[in-house]
Design a binder for this molecule. Structure first.
Ligand code: GLV
Ligand code: MN
Ligand code: MN
Length: 422
């Protein structure tokens, strides 16, 4: 059999997980929450019926392998099971299903890989829920701190510690920042993921090999505090308008960003949340308080730091000029990562051998692969073309593109692990 024959199973798994996490608009699989757990439980039941071995690690992630896979070094395929609120079905899930298909192909063909393949479905990759990314993978590397464990879930206000406990994670070990993954079990890490951007559609590329992953620096919550007042009576020179101050900041950041781009710097900047308080705001009131988020992403750690300092300097200048002040919550930072050239070459060779056009492109979005790469594990990523972007319910993917990617991934696993089909 070839892995392409597993397409009906792929369709079934993707559709079933979509249905169990449908929210009426898109899908919602909260990090360390109900939708994510339902997806993990469903995949566990499917895998056990197929005779695969399934276990949870100490961070609550789910790990699939062939029965009897020992503890020796092997290839890992991973991606995440959670989604943003009202998100798309393929961001994360496509990579876990792709890994499961590779494992199933090995099982059904009686393959005897020299190195075992393990497939991991991570929890808590999306920062949308707790304001921190890579929680499930980060915990494996001792990167979830006691402070992080106090972060609150955006809708339930439950702490991350409570939610991780409910998902069966060893919170005491995570709090102690123990390393929960034995690195000697990981010879390389692969991740298949939808592109999430428009480049591959525009270039008519079904697949791409990822060169590196942007890091980011963030504040989930910055509050600009001015003075509320009657909109009709306070002249401009006496106003302390928090909204005009935040708007001024955003425009200044946009100007700096444009100049940096002209110099060839890799940078994207976003204020994804900007709000006045609906309980008090009105058309006739000068906003005294505006809450917003700040995010900058770049492939370069130096650019992240420099842009962050620039933002701080502009906040100081605006505070003086407009008589406001800015209060920041804890700064969050994710490091950029480079994919391993040898693993990239394996993926590129597999694309060529299957006769598909592909390109080598950077990833603007964050991925669990970055943690493996930054821990010194040879890591590589394969992007699948997808339509309508991502982090929205319209996100789409052609199954032909997906199965081509699964085939290339399977070939790469074979090359990296020395799988021999019988
Ligand atoms: C992951 O989805 C990210 O925000 O990059
Ligand atoms: Mn995402
Ligand atoms: Mn993702």
């Amino acid at each position: 059999m070839t892995i392409l024959e597993l397409r009906p199973i792929a369709e079934h798994l993707l559709d079933a997980v979509r249905s169990l996490s449908a929210d009426g608009v898109g899908v919602t699989r909260a990090s360390y929450g109900a939708g994510e757990t339902a997806a993990a439980d469903f995949l566990r039941e499917f895998a056990e019926k197929e005779g695969l071995q399934v276990a949870n690690d100490r961070a609550g992630n789910i790990v699939f392998s062939l029965p009897g896979a020992g503890s020796q070094a092997g290839v890992w395929i991973g991606s995440h099971l959670d989604s943003v609120p009202q998100g798309g079905n393929y961001d994360g899930l496509a990579g876990v299903v792709a890994g499961l298909l590779c494992l199933l192909r090995q099982k059904r063909t009686g393959a005897t890989p020299a190195q075992p393949l393990r497939v991991i479905g991570f929890r808590g990759e999306e920062s949308a829920w707790f304001g921190k990314a890579y929680i499930g993978s980060g915990a494996l590397f001792g990167k979830v701190t006691p402070e992080d464990l106090e972060l609150k879930q955006r809708t339930t206000q439950q702490s991350l510690a409570e939610c991780m406990t409910e998902a069966g994670a060893d919170v005491a070990a995570i709090r102690a920042q123990e390393h929960l993954l034995d690195l000697s079990q990981v010879s390389s890490y692969l991740e298949l993921h939808i592109e999430q951007g428009p480049v591959m559609v525009a270039k008519e590329l079904p697949l791409a090999v990822v060169s590196g992953i942007r890091g980011n620096v963030r504040h989930n919550r910055v509050v600009c505090i001015g003075e509320a007042g009657h909109s009709g009576v306070v002249p401009r020179w006496l106003r302390r308008d928090a909204m005009f101050a935040v708007a001024d900041l955003i425009i200044r950041l946009d100007d700096h960003w444009r100049v940096l781009l002209e110099r060839g710097t890799d940078l994207v900047v976003t204020a994804g949340v900007v709000m006045t308080d609906p309980a008090e705001h009105s058309i006739s009131r000068i906003p005294g308080r505006v809450t917003f988020s700040f995010e900058a992403r770049s492939k370069s750690p130096d650019t992240l730091e420099a842009f962050y300092q620039l933002m701080q300097a502009e906040c100081k200048a605006i505070s003086r000029e407009r008589q406001v002040r800015f209060e920041f919550d804890r700064r969050q930072r994710s490091d950029p990562a480079q994919m391993d050239p040898a693993v990239c070459a394996v993926l590129a060779d597999a694309c060529r051998a299957r006769g598909t056009t592909f390109d080598v492109i950077p990833s603007g979005a964050g991925h669990d692969a970055s943690l493996f790469a930054n821990a010194g594990i040879p890591a590589g990523m394969l992007f699948i073309r997808n339509q309508n972007g991502s982090h929205n319910p319209d996100e789409a993917m052609e199954m032909d593109d997906f199965m081509l990617g699964v085939q290339v991934l399977d070939d790469a696993v074979e090359k990296l692990s020395g799988t021999a089909a019988q």
